[in-house]
Design a protein around this ligand. Sequence first.
Ligand SMILES: Cc1ncc(COP(=O)(O)O)c(C=O)c1O
Length: 397
Amino acid sequence: MSDEQYRKIPYATEAIHASIDRGNRYRSLTPPIVQSATFLFDDTAELFALKTGQLERPEYGRYGNPTVSALARQLCALEGPGADDALLFSCGMAAITTTLLALLSAGDHLVYTQQSYRRTLQFCEEILPRFGVQCSEVPAVDASRIIEAIRPGTRVVLLEMPTNPYLYLCDVARVVEAARAVDAQVIIDATFATPYNLRPLELGVDLVIHSATKYLGGHNDVLAGAVIGAWHLVLPIRQLQGITGAILSPASAYLISRGLKTFPLRMQRHNENALRVSRFLESHPKVVRVYYPGLESHPDHELARRLLRGSGGVVSFEVAGDFAAAGRFIDKVRLPLVAPSFGGTESLIEQPALMSYFDSGERARFGISDNLIRMSVGLEDADDIIADLRQALDSYS
Ligand SMILES: Cc1ncc(COP(=O)(O)O)c(C=O)c1O
């Protein structure tokens, strides 16, 4: 391969080596799955050393586990400078809700955007106000509008980027600057971007959250969540997790750790496949509109060029026709499977108006069109995916 052809795959080395513990007592290359609820102490002196902070070691499964710690090291390595601690959860929602509960108290102000994952939105709209948190919803992922909502007393600004399903972006660095001025923390749910495509900590973001169920796990076989950032910012969340208990199991941690070894390669392929699929869709006469930040036609294409390495594996598009026609198109598709979620090896396809926004009032509120399709482009051969989409588009009516 010539130097010109060779494109450095970022973090490939870190993704492979960060989980290795050369000193582990079994001398195993891979992290052992330490399936134990509790951990032994030689004597009271060892326990005393732990309690007085002279020793760091596992104590009880809810407070930490060696397999989960190996995964945390990998995530810190992938997230880059500023990521000195990673806390793992049973799923992405556990990461989001525990983080917000740890950082917000009655009277505090939270800013979030309407283009957040639906369950996140529900938590901000329905649950946090019950505990006296003042919540401001910004209707667009637009830095100026988010900044307008920040005020003295704002403690947290919660962003999600790219958004679901239209994949909008905002100028994060501007939001960070405004948040700093009032001493608020900026948290970003970067599930759609992953550390491969976006490194929020380098933009000044305080904490990054991922649903590791998606690209980080990458194989549609495990649920997990993560919060990553500076040690002192993760600490209060860790302490609350020790109380509320939504921890990741060692077996799930092992699956994600294993999957992360091929993460940069997978992301490279997701990015390439989705760009090819989105270009094909844009060229097809029965596709009304394609939403993919890697396309020049996307409203946030310039931001994507500036902020993202690649645009990820999710492509949204509108097909000709109404709600029922979109369903008929999906039923013609053979290769992508009909299921919620994204970021795995298998291509998945869904109609958001049916899968997530069946209530027509909700559809209107979130601007979800009846003929919208969301596709998670997997790691299959892009030619095969495109051939299948072509036959489905050509044949549905
Ligand atoms: C952007 C985003 N954040 C968080 C979540 C929640 O993650 P989990 O399903 O792992 O709880 C999802 C789930 O789809 C998501 O899309």
